[in-house]
Design a protein around this ligand. Structure first.
Ligand code: ADP
Ligand code: MG
Length: 351
């Protein structure tokens, strides 16, 4: 389900094993459409299309968590869905994610769900804060910073109270992500932590392995394994963390391969995408060893708009790569500001 760049790279991995992939996506021009074996062009709620999809395929997975649960339930009635619906349900909603973490004793930033009745009572210590849509946010979209309660009241006037979370804005020493894999038998493995830098809420750069104390790494892996076990998770699972005042806080989780793991294509024995394919097709987990220190930089649509008011222009890739960086483009037909168009990989040194 879904035909974005994560789908594209999953299909590339599937084809290495001769596995055919049908993509379900409502756009013919999505990145994955160029190489998929079949495309079902429909909305995620289109029952006729879902029925055809369910007949045609043997096993289902997602490349976006924003698929209606009812559609996933329909697919998984007859055939395997990786990961399971409960994991996706939690990962769709920041409030559920943080409550779930809390229930397992995994720390998060202080947060509160915004409702019509509690808005006047939100405690002072939570400010300055970030208000986020509970669902559908990505790349920092659907987020506003508020410095005090009066500003919150002002900004929230037009919001639908049911679906917002308010998080304390915490100082960030470092942002980290953990990509973990778990198969149907419960075997687990993980990649080294990635150290992520964001610009305007969008991942700009990610370096693997992160430069952190081994104790932080161990703690992150223990949180990840706890979550995966609790959810009986099968597939690739990503956890985003904040390191704030020495404490490791869970920010959010993604029930799929992640932007901060694209380095694994070029620098690991097995990529995060190949892992998803292996798990879906009952092959054993691949080796998560990272052979190189590696850096990923995202290429945003901004790069097409360098001239003032000029129409978008294809970047000079020789200049962008300096002849040494590995270039990956996702084949999106329209560059837009803030849109992820591709990425660059720099192999830094051997480990
Ligand atoms: P998205 O789903 O858009 O990735 P995130 O919750 O990960 O949403 O927020 C995007 C970025 O905004 C984070 O990677 C971090 O840099 C910053 N951010 C988010 N929440 C907080 C917070 N509570 N305190 C400080 N910075 C935050
Ligand atoms: Mg995030």
């Amino acid at each position: 389900m879904g035909g974005g760049q994560l789908g594209l790279m999953m299909i590339e991995a599937a084809h290495k094993f001769g596995v055919s992939v049908t993509v379900f996506e409502n756009s013919r021009s999505c990145p994955a459409s160029k190489i998929c074996d079949d495309l079902i062009e429909a909305n995620f709620t289109d029952l006729n299309a879902l029925s055809k999809f369910r007949e045609e395929c043997d096993v289902f997975t997602i490349e976006t968590e924003n698929v209606p649960l009812a559609s996933l339930a329909y697919l998984s009635e007859k055939k395997a869905l990786t990961p399971n619906i409960e994991a996706i349900r939690i990962a769709q909603n920041r409030i559920l994610e943080k409550e779930f973490a809390k229930s397992l004793g995994i720390p998060t930033v202080p947060f509160v769900e915004i409702t019509a009745s509690n808005i006047e009572k939100i405690e002072k210590f939570l400010f300055p804060a970030i208000v986020k849509t509970a669902r559908f946010g990505y790349d920092g979209k659907g987020q506003v910073t508020v410095s005090r309660r009066s500003e919150l009241l002002e900004k929230i006037k037009n919001l639908d109270y049911k679906h917002y979370i308010l998080e304390k804005k915490v100082p960030l020493e470092m942002e980290l992500s953990l990509i973990l894999v778990r198969d149907k038998l419960g075997n687990m493995a993980s990649y080294p932590l990635a150290e992520n830098s964001h610009e305007d809420g969008i991942l700009a750069q990610s370096v693997m392995p992160a430069n952190v104390h081994p104790d932080i790494e161990k703690l992150a892996v223990s949180y990840g394994e706890k979550i995966a076990r609790q959810l009986d998770y099968v597939g690739v699972l990503t956890l985003e963390f904040f390191l704030s005042r020495g404490e490791l806080l869970l920010n959010e989780m993604a029930p799929r391969p992640h932007n901060s793991g694209h380095q694994t294509i070029d620098a690991s024995v097995t990529s995060q995408f190949e892992q998803q394919v292996r798990i879906c097709t009952d092959l054993p987990l691949g080796d998560t060893t990272l052979n190189y220190h590696v850096k990923l930089e995202n290429i945003l649509g901004d790069l097409w708009f360098l001239g003032d008011n000029a129409p978008p222009k294809e970047p000079n890739w020789h200049e962008v790569t300096g002849g040494v960086k590995i270039l990956k483009l996702y084949g999106k037909n329209e560059p837009r500001i803030g849109r992820k168009m591709g990425h660059l990989i720099t192999i830094l040194r051997k480990r």
